[in-house]
Ligand binder design. Structure first.
Ligand SMILES: [Zn+2]
Length: 239
């Protein structure tokens, strides 16, 4: 809603300010997004269990497998919860590594720096995917949707500005539409469970779609076509 239309400002905000060092700019954002993604996952962590999410997935079609230089030498299927904990620990280790992210300005960034930054952002993106696809309803119920949308947009513009996430990685999901797709699914589900037009209206976050037929009387079953129309209208408002 308002947070999504704030996208224009964020687009400018991600650009490298004049006189700023690119490596520093990337480092500041890697740390910032690590903290923000950590908080976002924290809001759904309670309901992301081995039962609800036995795999680290983005829908039924895509699964991420974990690999590192430690316990998991080969890509391994893990419950989302475990995968994300390993992922966040891994990012924390990276950004705390003085060799990789020197805090002393006299120390140069290593040659592997950009590749490492790309890997960090690519992995953080997967947490957004999982949270949006599998826990969107919970985000709405705790009132975190607008905040997550803003953060996600900011993240999206940032990785795009500096080409930090491979197109291949983004393939499973149309990234700009991820938030909107989640919203669409959520609304459709809610509308389909509505028993009446009035109830469908109230599900619409208190907003009635004003241009649809009002001829239905309270208690009348909701027509699928009306519901589909409502969903599309709300989603269009969001973009
Ligand atoms: Zn989950």
């Amino acid at each position: 809603m308002a947070s999504l239309s704030a996208g224009i400002d964020l687009k400018t905000a991600v650009q490298l300010p004049q006189g700023e060092d690119l490596n520093d700019w990337l480092a500041v954002h890697a740390v910032d997004f690590y903290n923000r993604v950590n908080l976002i996952y924290g809001t759904v962590a309670e309901e992301c269990t081995e039962v609800s999410c036995p795999k680290m997935s983005g829908g039924s079609k895509y699964e991420y497998q974990w690999a590192d230089k430690g316990q998991y030498k080969k890509p391994t299927s893990l419950p989302a919860r475990e995968y994300i904990h390993l992922l966040m620990d891994w990012v924390e280790t990276q950004i705390s590594d003085e060799e990789l992210f020197p805090t002393d300005s006299s120390r140069p960034f290593p040659k592997t720096y950009l590749a490492s930054v790309k890997k960090i952002f690519t992995r953080l993106f997967r947490v957004f995917v999982h949270v949006y696809i599998h826990h969107f309803e919970h985000l709405v119920s705790v009132g975190a949707e607008a905040h997550v949308n803003t953060c996600y947009k900011h993240f999206f513009y940032f990785v795009n500005e500096f080409a930090l996430v491979d197109k291949k990685e983004l393939e499973p999901l149309d990234m700009p539409l991820l938030a909107v797709a989640a919203k669409r699914r959520f609304l459709r589900q809610r509308f389909l469970s509505a028993q009446s037009v009035m109830q469908a209206d109230s599900f619409c976050f208190g907003k009635a779609a004003d241009d649809r037929s009002r001829s239905a009387t309270p208690g009348e079953p909701v027509q699928q076509s009306v519901l589909a129309h409502c969903v599309e209208k709300i989603v269009t408002d969001l973009i």
